[in-house]
Unconditional design. Structure first.
Length: 277
């Protein structure tokens, strides 16, 4: 707790951390608090996959745009849209690595590819009040939502040029799923919906294994204890979620099946539901 001290003719600020080191884990442990508030708990972040949706062209994008427009028309949900970069990201990363671009620079280039998809989607959702939210305007998001706009954001790079060195190789380890999760966590959102090209989580990749078993619902601790080797979302997302405070539920739906996003937002059991506890 911080308090003002007076008595010697001057005003002093006393803080529990004033004389402590912020790299001392024992000190940091004492700062744990349940008082951290959620900035936007009633907003739902909807992530639209780059490779799974955008790369398929109009056959996948236009029906989803139509569904988003219908959802917007009801005004039942406050939505925040995130986009991935898709296959162009992989080509860009390949060229960047061949040129010797460092990890932080690669992350910036990935973001540039995602910006293209954000512009595509903004054009298609313009009638629904969409707007591409630039990273520099992050704190204007409440104004956008209160003005009944539909913000669209990119997910990478979550750490800008300061992307941490990966454990293996130079490819940034924080992908689009992780970046959008961080958006939701920082803003105190309780729910994320990831729109992919599969019906949610499986015990192994259903595109490669015909006997893959669908997981309709699972809690995060169980998932971390039995993590499939092949996941439709970033591994980093789940390990970070275990330390988070705000996101309570992640829903994964198949964007190629009309109506699944609508049902997920309504809380119906489609795709896969992952809960924090």
């Amino acid at each position: 707790m911080t308090k003002l001290l007076t008595g010697d003719g001057r005003t002093h600020i006393e803080s529990s951390l004033m004389h402590e080191s912020l790299v001392d884990r024992r000190v940091i442990a004492t700062t744990d608090s349940q008082n951290e508030f959620s900035i936007m708990p009633d907003v739902v972040l909807v992530s639209i996959g780059g490779q799974s949706i955008f790369d398929r062209g109009k056959s996948a994008i236009l029906p989803l745009v139509k569904e988003l427009g219908e959802i917007r028309a009801t005004r039942k949900h406050k939505l925040f849209i995130g986009v991935g970069g898709g296959t162009r990201v992989r080509h860009t990363v390949s060229v960047a690595l061949d040129l010797g671009i460092p990890t932080g620079g690669v992350a910036q280039l990935v973001g540039a590819m995602e910006e293209a998809n954000a512009v595509f989607l903004n054009a298609l959702l313009a009638k629904s009040g969409s707007i591409v939210m630039q990273r520099e305007h992050f704190w204007e998001l409440p104004l956008y939502l209160e003005s009944d706009m539909l913000p669209i954001v990119i997910s990478v790079p979550p750490y800008h040029f300061w992307e941490p060195p990966p454990e293996d190789g130079p490819v940034p380890m924080h992908g689009s799923d992780f970046g959008l999760f961080i958006h939701a966590e920082v803003l105190g959102m309780k729910r994320l919906v990831f729109v992919k090209d599969e019906d949610g989580l499986y015990d192994k990749d259903p595109k490669k294994h015909s006997d893959a078993k669908h997981i309709p619902k699972i809690a995060l601790p169980e998932l971390l204890a039995n993590m499939p080797s092949e996941l439709i979302l970033d591994h980093q997302l789940f390990t970070t979620w275990a330390r988070s405070r705000h996101v309570e539920q992640i829903h994964i739906v198949n964007g190629l099946v009309p109506g699944q996003l609508t049902k997920a937002l309504a809380g119906e059991p489609v795709g896969t539901v992952i809960t924090r506890t």
